[in-house]
Design a protein around this ligand. Structure first.
Ligand code: ZN
Length: 322
C-alpha cells in the first residue's frame, strides 16, 4: 500500500514554502512563492490555496491522493478552531483569520493550522535533530528569536496558545526596549538583527569603513573567520547572551536537547561550540547534566514538514474508530 501523503505549507513574511510530503517525512515535491504579506486576507488565502492545489494535482499525476493540509503561520493560533488570534508582525491585514475554515472551503481538504515556531520545533523533534527525544527546546535565531517547546513528546503551547515566546525571556531588566513592550528581551541581544546592529556600531566606534551595506549573519561569520575584530566582538557577545538565555531554559525545563536553528545557526560549530561553552558554564549542574546542544537539521524545510506532521496528527485524532 502506498504511503499516505499530505501537504505542508509554511507562510512567512516574505515567501510561502510548501511541499507534498509522505507521512514519514519524505518530500515528493516542493515549491516556493511570494507570500503577499502586505495584501488583503483574501489574496493571501487564495495564494495558499493555489499552492495546495499545485501539490494536490502533482499527487494525482503520481497516482496519489493528498489527504490533509497543514499550515504554519506567524502569530498565535487556536489549534482547535484553526483561527489566527490577533495580528502578526510583517503582515498588514493578516489578523483574526479563520485559516482552517477558509482554506478547507478553498481546497476541499481537511486543514489544520498552528504557529510556525511550534511547527518547526515539531519537525525537528520528530524528523530532524531531535528524533528520539521526548523533552526538547527548539530555538530559531534569525531576524528575531522564536522557539518551540516539546514536553513529553508533545508541543507545549500554553493555556491560550500563546506560550513558548523564548525570544522574550528578559536577560537585562534595564535593557533595550523590545517590540513586545518589555525591555531587555533575549531577542534584542542575540538575534541576527542584534548581532548586525552591534557590528555596525563597532565599525563606527573604531572608524572602520563597512564594506557591505547590508551585512547579514553569513557575512559576519565570514569576517570572523578572517579575524575581523568588530565581527568577532559582535558574534562573541551574541553567543554570550544566547548562552545565558539557553542556560535559563535548561534550568527551567531540564530538556534532553536544545536545537538551534535559523540563519545564525548555519555557521555550525563556529557558533555552536562557543554557545555550548557559555551555556554549560552558566546552567545549573543537575539540569544540564545530559542536555545536548545541536544544530537544527531541516533548515527552511522545517516549517512545512512540521505543518504536515501536525496535520496528520490532528486529523487522526478526529477519526472515529469504526
Ligand atoms: Zn520582548
Amino acid at each position: 500500500m502506498a504511503e499516505r501523503v499530505g501537504i505542508g505549507i509554511d507562510l512567512g513574511g516574505t515567501s510561502v514554502k510548501y511541499a507534498l510530503v509522505t507521512q514519514s517525512g519524505k518530500i515528493l515535491k516542493e515549491g516556493i512563492r511570494p507570500s503577499y504579506a502586505q495584501s488583503e486576507v483574501r489574496i493571501i488565502l487564495e495564494n495558499l490555496a493555489s499552492a495546495a492545489e499545485e501539490m494536490k494535482s502533482f499527487a494525482e499525476r503520481k497516482g496519489l491522493s493528498a489527504e490533509v493540509v497543514g499550515i504554519g503561520t506567524p502569530g498565535n493560533v487556536n489549534i482547535e478552531t484553526g483561527i489566527l488570534m490577533g495580528s502578526t508582525p510583517n503582515f498588514s491585514a493578516w489578523r483574526d483569520v479563520p485559516i482552517s475554515e477558509e482554506m478547507q472551503k478553498l481546497t476541499g481538504l481537511p486543514v489544520f493550522a498552528d504557529n510556525d515556531g511550534n511547527l518547526m520545533a515539531l519537525a525537528e523533534a520528530k524528523l530532524g535533530a531531535g528524533k528520539g527525544c521526548k523533552n526538547l527546546i527548539c530555538i530559531t535565531v534569525g531576524t528575531g528569536i522564536g522557539g518551540g517547546i516539546i514536553l513529553n513528546g508533545s508541543l507545549y503551547r500554553g493555556s491560550a496558545y500563546a506560550g513558548a515566546e523564548l525570544g522574550h525571556a528578559v536577560i537585562d531588566t534595564e535593557g533595550i526596549r523590545c517590540n513586545c513592550g518589555s525591555t531587555g528581551c533575549l531577542e534584542m541581544y542575540a538575534s541576527a538583527t542584534a548581532m548586525i546592529r552591534r557590528f555596525s556600531a563597532y565599525c563606527r566606534r573604531d572608524k572602520i569603513k563597512q564594506e557591505s551595506r547590508t551585512p547579514d549573519a553569513a557575512y559576519l561569520f565570514d569576517l570572523y573567520k578572517k579575524g575581523n575584530t568588530q565581527a568577532k566582538q559582535a558574534i562573541d557577545e551574541s553567543i554570550y547572551f544566547l548562552g545565558r538565555g539557553l542556560a535559563s531554559f535548561i534550568n527551567i525545563f531540564n530538556p534532553e536537547m536544545i536545537i538551534v536553528g535559523g540563519g545564525v545557526a548555519e555557521a555550525g560549530d563556529l557558533f555552536l561550540n562557543g554557545l555550548r561553552k557559555i551555556t554549560y558554564q552558566y546552567a545549573m549542574e543537575k539540569p544540564s547534566e545530559n542536555v545536548r546542544i545541536e544544530q537544527a537539521l531541516l533548515g527552511n524545510r522545517a516549517g512545512f514538514l512540521g505543518a504536515m506532521t501536525f496535520a496528520f496528527g490532528e486529523m487522526d485524532k478526529t477519526v472515529v474508530p469504526v
